[in-house]
Ligand binder design. Structure first.
Ligand code: F0G
Length: 426
């Protein structure tokens, strides 16, 4: 683990209201809002938001405004760089019981945290409410991201709400229909790039470096601050319902931003004394077989990842060959005793059907979490006595085509009751 991922900074060099940025590679510190930077000025390492004071459970529950509501991201404002932000509102998503899947997978407890229930239908809204607030603080007029779809939908909606221009770069022909429709209607300018997501991100980083746009991909450390509230909600709710914290959280991995955000959540809870070392859930990442550089790095025990130039999977949201947050996420998986696993597209579709059969409608990438848990149980790598949370990251309606293909076909019938009964009796 990088020496600087342990949050152990007793004397902040640069502080602004107790918040600053630290480079996870060289430890250099920066004031958070005096200039726009996404990586370290000195070594180009990833930056992380740090706080002089870290809250514990009793501190939460503030920021209950008519817009943000009693539950959701801003309930945890004591763990965030601002008190409130442009809110639609986001967070406060359900932690479903799934009794049949709990039986089938044979774990002690299985709950599904359905992030598809956010305002634009994915967990990206949590990052955007904070990211757009920071954009307002640093004073920019054009927001941009590269996206496999969900980030662009969230950015378009939050940018629109904030009255800011938004630009999204999408890999042509590889983004699910619902997501493009959202970005379009919320008024983003959509550029379809003749290349994959990783190329889109290269370009948007160049545009940001030239001062043309404010970058709101998960390379932006403030996005991950919003996303870490997924971890806070899971921990609080699970303990309230089950009397303990979950042993393991299983999640789909693309750019590995969410994995990094959850790990940061747990480190901050540890440092605040809110949880013990043995209460940190094992972070377990799942990728599609055709797009699995993080799994490769975990299996080979390497510090970095090898960029996959050719990636393919039906789970287009996680069709990513160069996860930029790997330096934050790999230590998260390793330090928590978790693992990473690759699953086939067929297993993803099966899991999507199984979740739908419990009433939980998710897009393919989201179903990777359950597919991963099933595989790890079959291989004996997850124990039967474990309490597990699977994270489902996006809503079924994001990718209507995938849903049609996984579901059953409509049956044409005449407009006549007897004919309908005859058809049903066939
Ligand atoms: N699940 C869904 C539905 C996603 O949209 C994404 C990422 C992930 C999982 C992976 O999360 O990148 O934090 O590891 N989607 C991004 C996008 C890349 O552009 O919408 P991650």
């Amino acid at each position: 683990m990088s020496a600087h991922l342990d949050l152990d900074e007793s004397v902040p060099g640069v502080a602004d209201d107790g918040v600053w940025l630290t480079c996870i590679e060289c430890g250099e510190r920066f004031a958070p809002f005096d200039a726009i930077r996404y990586t370290c000025d000195d070594c180009d390492g990833l930056l992380e938001v740090r706080y002089a004071d870290l809250p514990t459970w009793d501190d939460f529950g503030g920021a209950s405004t008519p817009e943000s509501g009693p539950y959701g991201v801003w309930r945890y404002s004591d763990a965030l760089p601002f008190e409130s932000g442009v809110s639609l509102p986001e967070g406060g998503t359900p932690l479903h019981h799934v009794p049949r899947l709990e039986d089938e997978t044979g774990v002690a407890t299985l709950r599904v945290k359905h992030e598809g229930m956010n305002p634009t239908g994915s967990f990206k809204d949590r990052g955007m409410t904070v990211g757009v607030r920071v954009a307002q603080a640093v004073g920019v007029d054009r927001l941009a991201c590269a996206s496999t779809g969900n980030t662009s939908a969230a950015l378009a909606a939050y940018g629109a709400r904030a009255g800011l221009e938004t630009l999204v770069l999408l890999p042509a022909g590889k983004v699910a229909e619902g997501k493009v429709a959202q970005a379009s209607l919320h008024g983003a300018r959509i550029l379809e790039v003749d290349g994959n997501f990783d190329r889109c991100l290269d370009i948007v980083q160049d545009l940001a470096a030239r001062g043309e746009v404010y970058l709101l991909n998960s390379l932006n450390p403030f996005r991950l601050e919003g996303q870490k509230t997924i971890g806070l909600e899971i921990m609080e709710r699970f303990r309230a319902d089950e009397g303990t914290y979950p042993d393991r959280i299983v999640l789909p991995v693309g750019n590995a931003g969410n994995t990094a955000a959850l790990y940061k959540c747990f480190r901050e809870l540890r440092r605040a004394g809110a949880i013990d070392a043995d209460e940190v859930p094992k972070l377990t990442g799942v990728q599609a077989e055709g797009s699995a550089p993080m799994v490769e790095a975990i299996e080979n025990g390497t510090d970095g990842i090898r960029r996959w130039e050719d990636v393919e999977t039906r789970a287009t949201a996680i069709r990513i060959g160069n996860p930029v947050n790997a330096p934050k996420a790999l230590p998260g998986i390793r330090e928590t005793g978790g693992t990473a696993v690759a699953v086939s597209d067929e297993a993803i579709t099966d899991a999507q059907r199984a979740l739908a059969a419990e009433g939980v409608g998710v897009e393919p990438a989201s179903a990777a979490s359950l597919a991963g848990l099933r595989k790890l149980r079959a291989e004996g790598r997850v124990d039967p006595d474990e309490d597990v949370v699977c994270l489902t990251t996006g809503h079924l309606l994001k990718d209507p085509q995938a849903a049609y293909e996984a579901g059953s076909d409509p049956e044409p019938v005449p407009a006549d009751t007897d004919a309908v009964l005859d058809h049903l009796a066939e």
